[in-house]
Design a protein. Structure first.
Length: 278
DNA sequence: TCCCAGGCTCTCT
DNA sequence: AGAGAGCATGGG
């Protein structure tokens, strides 16, 4: 049973085995986390910088954060209220999914800031992880807010005030115009990001796809990684390949309720192993 | 050099 | 409604 302890400005999380930092922070759902040579992870989310680490006894430490930030931001960000153990039990009724769960152990689905997630996955299309991270970094450095050594992700208002020429520094290619369209529609209220978690999946997807450059895959990434839609199922090239090889295109019945979480395990399993190479 | 990248839009049937 | 070219940029 998990519990939290607050001491010396740090937060300790005990009794939470289903939280692997590299799997969760480097599995392709978020792009602003990195690990130093001492296994300490650092990143910025919701305008806050955080360092965290898994200790030898299995506990997780969040360094230099307040109780308030923990409950306002990180508790939800790291999806700490969700019982992954029972989800994994359910998914493991299928033997192939059981293997994927074991291989991908400790992946948690993050609840990221909606506008950041939207921009990140717009940038991700027809792109590779290294370049995605570079473009996002330049986006923050050029248009985010500088705060004591780090940059926040730019607001929609800030981006909406820019021109396509301003965005040339990102070297985002054809995606720059999509970012502007997203920012403008969010600012005008034509797309209401804050209401997406209250809508049925199909309606939420349709809402996001009003943005030029947002198709079903990017929309589902947003819904899964920042709007608590755990049935959203982003279909990228890897998943299409994996689904075809592993399941004959159809996700097993026992996984439907948590399709998005299953998706992430399959994605990690398939991409990280040589599973799909002939 | 060439091929490809966590896709999408546009155009043409 | 389904298929296919083109897209900006740079990593391998």
């Amino acid at each position: 049973m998990k519990n939290f302890e607050f001491k010396n400005n740090n937060i300790y999380i005990y009794g939470l085995p289903d939280f692997d930092l590299p799997h969760t922070l480097d599995c392709g759902q978020a792009f602003r986390w990195s690990c130093n040579d001492k296994n300490v992870w650092s990143g910025v989310a919701y305008g806050k910088y955080l360092e965290l680490e898994k200790l030898d006894d299995g506990s997780i430490v969040l360094y230099n954060t307040t109780k308030q930030d923990f409950y306002d931001i990180w508790f939800t960000y790291f999806d700490l209220e969700r019982d992954y153990e029972s989800i994994i039990v359910k998914l493991s009724e299928n033997e192939i999914l059981k293997k994927a769960c074991e291989y991908s152990h400790g992946i948690r689905i993050l609840n990221q800031e909606p506008f950041e997630t939207l921009c990140s996955f717009i940038i991700s299309q027809n792109n590779n992880i290294k370049r995605i991270k570079g473009i996002i970094e330049r986006l923050c450095e050029n248009f985010g807010e500088y705060k004591n050594g780090y940059y926040t992700f730019p607001t929609a208002e800030k981006l909406a005030s820019l021109t396509i020429d301003d965005l040339a520094v990102l070297r985002a290619g054809f995606r720059a115009k999509y970012l502007l369209d997203a920012a403008k529609k969010v600012v005008s209220g034509e797309v209401d990001l804050n209401n997406l978690k209250n809508l049925p999946l199909d309606d939420a997807r349709t809402e996001l796809m009003k943005i030029v450059g947002v198709g079903p895959k990017v929309a589902d990434c947003c819904l899964l990684f920042s709007h608590h839609h755990t049935t959203a199922f982003p279909k990228d090239v890897w998943i299409k390949r994996a689904m075809s090889v592993l399941f004959g295109d159809e996700l097993p019945e026992n996984a439907q309720e948590y399709a998005g979480i299953a998706q992430q395990y399959i994605f990690f399993y398939a991409r990280d192993t040589k599973l799909l190479e002939d």
